[in-house]
Ligand binder design. Structure first.
Ligand SMILES: Nc1ncnc2c1ncn2[C@@H]1O[C@H](COP(=O)(O)OP(=O)(O)O)[C@@H](O)[C@H]1O
Ligand SMILES: [Mg+2]
Length: 241
């Protein structure tokens, strides 16, 4: 894959989070969803986030994406403290700087592969530099997905759909890629191909990547692994879970 000027990164993607706490108030009292004193990722590197179910992996990713703000603590991406931005500013941040991939591919079923990728670019367009010229067709070609361009999502295998989801996540040249169990629904062979594509894309574009997985085999493909532990409220015993 060649890196073109269209993929110049909008902000350096160093991620730095400190003293993160996320609490939810429920009818059964306070639930602590995340307790993470320190989480940082160097620009252009990738990290796997692992840990038991319910330890706050998706919550952490949501904070890094600016989809939610922490109860306590700060999240910075590059020189932007996203935990202090307004909701509208966080929307712009996501369109300019962020590519996200989930366990479900979330492709729109009535649009072709090319149109799904093109739509993402159109949504982000208002926040992109005027010289951002990624062509969805050309991107699919570079990612080895050209044969799939005219298909509808239900004409693809699960692994193919996730590879298209990777293309969609990076079409606007994000400086940060966040993936939440992107291979959770795939068998080992398809999972490996998706991870290979993701790591390849991350390295070629110089983006910073945080990937949540429960699979140590997947974690082994990444530069570093961070293991989260289940948060415990003061006075609560860990056996409560
Ligand atoms: N909106 C919410 N209201 C109450 N509890 C929540 C909410 N979202 C997440 N939680 C709780 O926070 C904890 C962490 O959730 P999550 O980040 O999804 O964990 P993981 O992704 O590691 O499995 C879990 O105990 C979950 O039930
Ligand atoms: Mg999760």
């Amino acid at each position: 894959m060649n890196t073109t000027t269209a993929e110049r990164l909008p902000t350096a993607g160093r991620i730095e989070a400190r003293d993160l706490i996320v609490d939810y108030q429920t009818d059964k009292g306070t639930v602590r969803a995340l307790d993470c004193p320190e989480f940082s990722v160097e620009p252009g590197s990738n990290v796997a986030v692992m840990g038991p179910s319910g330890c706050g992996k998706s919550t952490l990713l949501g904070l890094l994406a600016g989809l939610a703000v922490p109860t306590n603590g700060t999240v910075a991406v590059g020189d932007i403290t996203i935990s202090s931005l307004s909701e509208q500013e966080r929307v712009s941040f996501r369109r300019r700087s962020l590519g996200m991939i989930y366990q479900a591919d979330n492709l729109l079923p009535h649009l072709t592969v090319e149109e799904n990728v093109g739509l993402q670019l159109a949504i982000c367009r208002s926040e992109l530099a005027a010289d951002h010229r990624t062509d969805p067709t050309e991107l699919l070609e570079r990612l080895g997905l050209a044969d799939l361009a005219r298909r509808l999502p239900d004409q693809l295998s699960g692994g193919q759909r996730q590879r298209v989801a990777v293309a969609r996540a990076i079409v606007h040249g994000p400086s940060v890629i966040l993936a939440d169990e992107p291979t959770g629904a795939l068998d080992t062979e398809h999972a490996e191909r998706v991870i290979e594509l993701l790591v390849n894309v991350q390295q070629q574009t110089g983006a910073t990547m945080v990937l949540v997985t429960h699979d140590p085999g997947i974690g082994a493909h990444l530069d570093r692994t961070v293991v989260l532990t289940r948060p415990v409220l003061p006075g609560e015993s860990d056996d409560a879970h």
